[in-house]
Design a protein around this ligand. Structure first.
Ligand SMILES: [Zn+2]
Length: 175
């Protein structure tokens, strides 16, 4: 989901939305809002109701997050993209990128983000290749080909956020 108003209209018209798991329409119920510590909206949860005559739902729940939210992480998607882009430009120098991006998070977080980016790049590359063929490889800086591919698909938008909206899937951040 891109914006708060998109998410609210999804919640308002939830009966017209298909369940992510069983694909049925008309079975979803709103099942709560996810907020951060300050109470700001992060996403909404939906429940596919199994107590229904005819074709009951599957009983599973799932979350739809705002594009600016990285699920299970408190860093905003655009701040993470800013840090990672700086990290790429600065040839993998985490400290310099951390200073430049001013995310408000610790250097420990910055090291973790860089490590997770490297570790999860396969998942990112697979999705990007489905969207567009990769650019010719460059040898300029660390993962320059991947950053080039991200720029090719998403332009100047914060790529983490654009990725989540385009693929309706969280930016990969597995440890
Ligand atoms: Zn379902």
């Amino acid at each position: 989901m891109s914006s708060e108003s998109d998410l609210e209209s999804l919640a308002g018209g939830v009966k017209a939305v298909a369940c992510r798991y069983c694909g049925l329409h008309g079975t979803l119920n709103n099942h709560g809002r996810m907020t951060d510590k300050s109470g700001a909206l992060r996403g909404r949860r939906f429940w596919c109701c199994p107590r229904r005559k005819g074709r009951p739902g599957c009983g599973r729940t799932f979350c739809v997050w705002l594009g600016s939210v990285i699920p299970r992480h408190s860093v905003r998607a655009d701040k993470l993209a800013e840090f990672l882009a700086a990290w790429g430009r600065l040839d993998g120098n985490v400290l310099a990128a951390w200073q430049q991006a001013r995310t408000g998070f610790s250097t420990d977080s910055a090291y973790r983000w860089a490590k997770r980016f490297v570790r999860n790049q396969g998942g990112v590359r697979t999705r990007l290749c489905r969207a567009r063929a990769p650019p010719r490889p460059l040898q300029a800086s660390v993962h320059a080909d991947l950053f080039g591919h991200l720029a090719l698909v998403f332009g100047t938008a914060p790529f983490t956020e654009a990725f989540q909206i385009r693929f309706q899937s969280p930016w990969p951040m597995d440890a």
